[in-house]
Design a binder for this molecule. Structure first.
Ligand code: NAD
Length: 445
């Protein structure tokens, strides 16, 4: 049993803290957001993540998991002072695409000013290469009196929507530190997990780079298949079959070869940007990363272009969708999450509105978050209410409940039977036989 503090109780911090508690450790999670902590103390989740609520409540009841807004309470509980503190605060994109480190800085300063005993500071946030050294400098400079500490980089690879299972069954654990003993202590925390690969110990900067390189590679796979989809569309091939055929090759693999709306969410967009920024600052020209980002932006635009082509007004000016109602199914950036950061559907809705179109939308869990950022969108009770009177429907998030819609009913409700499928969820011949005008992405028509 270890005593662990987690700073930042978002998707990563809350899942990390809860899973470590579930493995028998004593965990206290700290966040500056008072409302978030007050709700968590009552067992109310700040985020949607399958299986999380039950696990949080069970570990709170067992006395292994607690929440606070106080750094002192998180670090210096006299009965069980924290041996390790995980930093899991957000690192959003800054104005030039760089990773914004002000929350990491605030956490490092607060740790330095609060700690009253030796600590291992573990950085779980995705941070630019060199940040571990920078955090160590901050802590050293801000400590009122010198107290020994080590910094270990431990990037997180979990996915929203399957975060608990990803955390409990990681492909590998990456640890970076100059202090081998500190890294070994962090490694011990992971020994009870079903780690598929190794627990890899390397230096700080290399560990930080592994996270960026991994996310950039997955984003590249997505943009690659979207480029192939574009070519498929022109040449009459079906990208879904192409991806399947490619994926059987073990050197390639099927994962992340789904053509569609491109990547979104709180990680890939900002991480690819941040890596490109790091390269540019060093005078390196990240040509591949630039192309990945451009292709990704095009994927969203091309969905709107398809809608315009199918139901738009015959105008070369703006307002090409004036007088048209477009229904959007899904608002989250992917299924099984309520996260709408850098969400493709939200972007697409804004483009439709800029074209003069009216938007109706539905999402099983992301509507409360979407309501905070969208204006003049009618949020509906279910997909059928979205379909009612719509000139076109866009399938924007691959939620399971959209896979088996009553399409005959949908068609009857729509003003025009037009579906643009941004996730290639439906079968083009079936859709046509039902009488829809159907467009997927790269489906060879
Ligand atoms: P999040 O926005 O969901 O949560 C961050 C939390 O940190 C918020 O609750 C915020 O109030 C809190 N916070 C900010 N500053 C603080 C401070 N000084 N002290 C205490 N709390 C503070 O973020 P997230 O999605 O969990 O991401 C966290 C980090 O993990 C990011 O660097 C991200 O890139 C990385 N990451 C995220 C995922 C993911 O799927 N979301 C996966 C892997 C890695």
């Amino acid at each position: 049993m270890k005593s662990i503090a987690v700073i930042g109780v978002g998707y990563v911090g809350l899942v990390t803290g809860t899973c470590f508690a579930d493995l028998g450790n004593r965990v206290i999670c700290m966040d500056v957001d008072e409302e978030r902590i007050a709700k968590l103390k009552q067992g109310i989740m700040p985020i949607y993540e399958p299986g999380l609520e039950e696990m949080v409540r069970r570990n709170m009841a067992a006395g292994r998991l607690s929440f606070t807004t106080s750094y002192a309470e998180a670090l210096n509980n006299p009965e069980c002072p924290a041996e390790l503190v995980f930093i899991a605060v957000n690192t959003p994109a800054g104005v030039d695409g760089e990773a914004e480190l002000r929350y990491v800085r605030a956490a490092a300063e607060a740790i330095a000013q609060t700690m009253d005993h030796p600590l291992i500071i573990v950085n779980k946030s995705t941070v630019p290469v060199g940040t571990g050294d920078w955090v160590a400098d901050i802590v050293r400079n801000k400590q009122p009196k010198p107290i020994p500490f080590s910094v270990v980089s431990n990037p997180e690879f979990l996915r929203e929507g399957s975060a608990i299972s990803d955390f409990m069954n990681p492909d590998r654990i990456v640890l970076g530190s100059l202090d081998e003993e500190a890294a070994q202590k962090v490694a011990q925390l992971y020994l009870p997990l079903r780690v598929q690969g190794p627990i890899m110990i390397t230096d700080l900067r290399t560990a930080e780079m592994i996270k960026y390189a991994s996310n950039a590679f997955l984003a590249t796979k997505i943009s690659f298949i979207n480029e192939i989809a574009n070519i498929c569309e022109a040449l009459g091939a079906d990208v879904k079959e192409v991806a399947a055929g490619m994926g059987y090759d073990k050197r390639i693999g099927r994962a992340f070869l789904d053509a569609g709306l491109g990547y979104g969410g709180s990680c890939f967009p900002k991480d690819v940007k941040a890596l490109a920024h790091m390269a540019n600052v060093q005078g390196k020209h990240p040509q591949l990363l630039e192309a990945v980002m451009q292709i990704n932006a095009d994927a969203r635009r091309s969905i709107v272009a398809k809608v315009r082509a199918l139901v738009g007004n015959n105008s070369t000016h703006l307002n090409r969708l004036e007088g048209k109602t477009i229904g959007v199914l899904g608002l989250a950036f992917k299924a099984n999450t309520d996260d709408i950061r850098e969400s493709q559907p939200i972007d697409i809705i804004r483009m439709i509105q800029a074209d003069g179109g009216t938007v109706k939308a539905y999402d099983p869990v992301a509507m409360p978050n979407a309501a905070k950022v969208l204006q003049n969108v009618k949020l509906c009770q279910d997909p059928y209410e979205v379909a009612e009177g719509s000139d076109a429907l866009i399938l924007a998030t691959e939620w399971n409940e959209f896979k088996n819609l009553d399409l005959v009913r949908i068609k009857k409700l729509m003003k025009q039977p037009v579906i643009v499928d941004g996730r290639n969820l439906y079968d083009p011949p079936v859709m046509r036989s039902l009488g829809f005008i159907y467009r997927g992405v790269g489906r060879g028509y």
